[in-house]
Write a protein that binds this ligand. Structure first.
Ligand SMILES: NC(=O)C1=CN([C@@H]2O[C@H](COP(=O)(O)OP(=O)(O)OC[C@H]3O[C@@H](n4cnc5c(N)ncnc54)[C@H](OP(=O)(O)O)[C@@H]3O)[C@@H](O)[C@H]2O)C=CC1
Ligand SMILES: N[C@@H](CC(=O)OP(=O)(O)O)C(=O)O
Length: 359
């Protein structure tokens, strides 16, 4: 298809935290027009402005205010070229399946299909090569034009970016330890009660650590020669510890890395991170950041309030890069959890899919 055509976008879960971020980003993106919105039966039939509790700092785009929210069923999304899903995971499995089986191109934020071998788990600045499994996915699931691509857990999306840069330049990684400090917007709306999170740190985000530990292996892995399945790494070991902190947006992660081979110097690591580039940049995708990784110059960065909007939320900021006395190197990174960690990644995944002729 021509990448000059404006793609009609449907948004499932449009009223939620990720859904609102989709609305903000799609309204600014010349490749897409917002064509249809979906949410639960609680919201269906209402104008969007009445169905959602708008929590973005940007104004609700005028053209979306009075769009009627539909139930999340394919018959309400006719004419859409692409479906973005910010659905709650408790319902995403069945609803997204109904859409890709109805021949829609689905880009999901939910966890349900992430670890399926024939589904790309794609952080678009890291592993667009995993789109190679889409043809096999269509064949195995008897889909004509439909398919599903997922993006990762929001903390995973930040972590894999510097890890990919290091792996590409210096070879296999052996062990990674990560401790996260995750923003409250990661829990959706209304999310964590203020009495739980103000003046506090909560050392548990149910299910989060295992997701990170598994997803990193898939994203940093490859694709089988016949294109039938993704092939997660088997030699890398990842340990994650996840905490909720009283920050609105932006997940901070303290990472320690051990290389399988001879470790590079700290200067070589900094240079590698600064120089990292990826395919969506080469293709000139609208949402691709100019710099995938910003290496923070100041010793006390990254900080969520100051750095979360780097590259319009599509860049990862890495700082405090130093020797680790246990592994080889340690650093702190920051990722915008609802932009590169969610809606922004989905949109860039769709831009890539359009450029490569999948849509
Ligand atoms: N927040 C983040 O940083 C990240 C979130 N994700 C994932 O993205 C997804 C959305 O998260 P988030 O926006 O935070 O969640 P929210 O709880 O804020 O929003 C959930 C959305 O799902 C809709 N929904 C709920 N039940 C149904 C139903 N039965 N039928 C149709 N729609 C329904 C809601 O509609 P209604 O308003 O009508 O109830 C709402 O639009 C989740 O799967 C989450 O795990 C992934 C990465 C990061
Ligand atoms: N659990 C993440 C956000 C999220 O919803 O992730 P996932 O889609 O992997 O469940 C957080 O709280 O910050």
């Amino acid at each position: 298809m021509s990448t000059d055509r404006v793609l009609k976008a449907g948004v499932l879960g449009a009223t939620g935290t990720v859904g609102q971020r989709f609305i903000v980003l799609l309204a600014q993106n010349p490749m897409f027009s917002i064509h249809a919105l979906g949410a639960s039966e609680r919201s269906a039939g209402k104008a969007y402005v009445l169905a959602t509790k708008w929590k973005m700092s940007e104004q609700l785009p005028e053209e979306v205010r009075n769009v009627i929210v539909h139930p999340c069923a394919p018959e309400h999304f006719g004419g859409c070229d692409v479906i973005f899903s910010g659905l709650d995971a408790s319902v995403a499995g069945d609803i997204e399946k109904a859409f890709f089986e109805a021949d829609f191109a689905v880009f999901s934020n939910a966890k349900n299909y992430r670890m399926h071998p024939d589904v790309p788990l794609c952080v678009p600045v890291v592993n667009t090569d995993h789109y190679a499994v889409v043809a096999g996915q269509r064949q195995a699931r008897r889909l004509k034009r439909g398919f599903i691509v997922t993006n990762s857990n929001c903390s995973t999306s930040g972590l894999v970016v510097p890890l990919k840069a290091l792996q590409d330049r210096f070879g296999a990684l052996q062990r990674v330890m990560v401790t996260t400090m995750q923003a409250v917007s990661g829990a959706g709306y209304p999310g964590v009660a203020s009495l739980d999170i103000l003046d506090n740190v909560v050392p548990l985000i149910p299910g989060e650590e295992l997701k990170m530990e598994e997803e990193v292996l898939k994203i940093l892995g490859g694709v089988a020669a016949d294109g039938a399945a993704c092939t997660p790494l088997t030699d890398l070991r990842v340990s994650a510890t996840c905490n909720r902190v009283p920050v609105i947006d932006g997940h901070t992660e303290c990472v320690s890395v051990e290389f399988a081979g001879t470790p590079p110097s700290i200067e070589e690591i900094k240079q590698c991170l600064r120089e990292y580039t990826c395919e969506v940049q080469d293709l000139g995708c609208f949402s691709a950041p100019k710099h995938v990784i910003y290496v923070a110059e100041d010793e006390d960065r990254p900080q969520p309030r100051l750095d979360r909007n780097a590259g319009n939320g599509m860049s990862v900021t890495v700082g405090r890069i130093r020797k680790c006395p246990v592994f080889h190197v340690k650093f702190t990174l920051l990722v915008h959890n609802t932009v590169l960690g969610a809606a922004g990644a989905s949109i860039l995944n769709a831009e890539y899919a359009a450029k490569k002729g999948y849509i």
